[in-house]
Design a protein around this ligand. Structure first.
Ligand SMILES: Nc1ncnc2c1ncn2[C@@H]1O[C@H](COP(=O)(O)OP(=O)(O)OP(=O)(O)O)[C@@H](O)[C@H]1O
Ligand SMILES: [Mg+2]
Length: 188
């Protein structure tokens, strides 16, 4: 897969006036690349990732995502800075949701989801709801929810911020083992 941002700009209209979050950003990436986006709070990292995911529209400029196999599921998965879990779903259902959307059968999606959940030490919490977890535990669920679908492009918004160093290492190793033509873009 490949993606290309060309002269990407995003402004928000607020009560205090117009806020320019991104101004003519151009860059691209392709499979097997890992790109880190680093910058101070408010510089536009989340905005950039959401534009690439297609969650928000640019004010001007373009994002082009080209897939190797055009018909197989969504182009990207997103790890939200604030985890973005569905509060009414259990840990297992949250993780399995993306697979359900891809049409994976119930047995297989539950098995695959359980494997990932266990790898991040949450085996006993599969049937818990997000409000019953700590911040770092919710973040782990948000990460495995994206990993489990094995997306061509993995977009992660400060994914390891609330994790202890041991869990961070486990997830970094997991990320490195993502094979195929995957690319990853992460803010930190
Ligand atoms: N929905 C919105 N409405 C109005 N302004 C917004 C909106 N989202 C972001 N902004 C503004 O755009 C700028 C960039 O915000 P963004 O969230 O992309 O920054 P960030 O680099 O991710 O920051 P942080 O490191 O704190 O998460 C900020 O000035 C912010 O106030
Ligand atoms: Mg942010």
């Amino acid at each position: 897969m490949r993606f290309e941002c060309t002269a990407l700009s995003k402004s928000y209209e607020t009560r205090g006036g117009r806020v320019t979050a991104l101004d003519k950003v151009s860059f691209g990436a392709q499979g097997h690349e890992f790109i880190g986006v680093v910058g101070p709070s408010g510089c536009g990292k989340t905005t950039l990732l959401k534009l690439i995911a297609g969650l928000i529209e640019p004010t001007s400029g373009t994002v082009r995502v080209t897939r190797d196999e055009p018909n197989g599921g969504p182009s990207s998965a997103f790890v939200f800075q604030d985890h973005g879990l569905f509060p009414w779903m259990t840990v297992l259902d949250n993780v399995a949701f993306g697979l359900e959307m891809q049409g994976v059968g119930r047995r297989e999606r539950r098995d695959r989801s359980r494997t990932f959940i266990e790898r991040v030490g949450l085996r006993t919490f599969v049937d818990s709801y997000p409000h019953q977890l700590s911040v770092g535990m919710r973040q782990r669920v948000g990460i495995v929810r994206a990993f489990v679908t094995d997306p061509p492009l993995l977009l992660m918004d400060e994914p390891f911020g609330a994790l202890d160093s041991q869990t961070r290492r486990v997830l970094q190793a997991e990320l490195r083992s993502c094979g195929g033509s995957n690319a990853a873009l992460s803010s930190s």
